[in-house]
Design a protein around this ligand. Structure first.
Ligand code: ADP
Ligand code: ADP
Length: 228
């Protein structure tokens, strides 16, 4: 599903962001990618999205070598990956339902599909009664639920969340993680980049740890700081 084969990324002439990273994330897995700020988590995410190219090594997503995907197919590649961000990135002048609907419209989905799908997905994330609220009328946790609904509405095989709980209090964060877990159980591969230690520890999921651009741990049911 996602495979890194000896991937090195150097920004500019001398910023070594990733060094010979090899990892494999199978279909349906739930994986935390942890590490301090600057350890290379965002670089991994941006490589998977093909926003940047590796300096050496190969990245495979959904069975395809990303370097073999022509430019015109990049949008389709990105649509196969739902993305959730720390700062939600909702459109402020659209309601929760409109934010989700808009994501379907821009990918050319039919009006009728949108009309049935949007309420279903907002129900799934626990926001059936807040569909017509604008982002500034919603709490941080509710806004993150809208952004997860938006990322998941077309049921991409992969969902990537970059610090999804970074702006949320611990209790709200637990709810968001449970939601990501539920989406994972439906069959979606979920990759969560985070330095939210408590969250990683309670979830007991696979943890891949980065330090200075290198994988230093990969545990099946890990904690943030497992003894080596
Ligand atoms: P994280 O997401 O874990 O904070 P990043 O992948 O953003 O780590 O960064 C890894 C390293 O690469 C850091 O040293 C960072 O400063 C550097 N870096 C990231 N993006 C760029 C860029 N566009 N240009 C130069 N250096 C970058
Ligand atoms: P994150 O919080 O995910 O680590 P950052 O705040 O480090 O992200 O980086 C935000 C943006 O700035 C990213 O697009 C990243 O690639 C870029 N960036 C990070 N570090 C550097 C750097 N040293 N030089 C240039 N761009 C950078």
């Amino acid at each position: 599903m996602i495979r890194f084969d000896n991937v090195t990324k150097v920004y500019g002439n001398d910023v070594l962001a990733l060094e010979r990273v090899s990892m494999e994330i199978g279909q349906g897995e739930f994986v935390f990618l942890v590490g301090a700020s600057g350890s290379g988590k965002s670089t991994v995410v941006r490589l998977i999205l093909k926003e940047i190219e590796p300096s050496a090594g190969t990245v495979y997503v959904n069975g395809r070598r990303l370097s073999a995907i022509p430019r015109r197919q990049i949008p389709r590649h990105r649509r196969s990956i739902g993305c959730v961000f720390q700062d939600f990135k909702l459109l402020p002048n659209k309601t929760a339902a409109e934010n989700v609907a808009y994501a379907m419209e821009v990918t050319g989905q039919r009006r009728r599909a949108i009309r049935t799908k949007v309420p279903q997905i907002l129900e799934l994330v626990g926001l059936a009664n807040k569909m017509d609220k604008y982002p500034d009328q919603l709490s941080g946790g509710e806004q993150q639920r809208v952004s997860i609904a938006r990322a998941f509405v077309s049921q991409p095989p992969i969902l990537i969340a970059d610090e999804p709980t970074g702006n949320l209090d611990p209790e709200t964060s637990v709810g968001i993680m449970q939601l990501l877990h539920r989406i994972n159980r439906i069959g979606t591969t979920v990759l969560v980049a985070t330095h939210d230690k408590e969250m990683v520890d309670v979830m007991r999921k696979r943890v891949i740890a980065l330090e200075d651009g290198r994988i230093v741990r990969d545990r099946v049911k890990g904690a943030y700081l497992d003894e080596v």
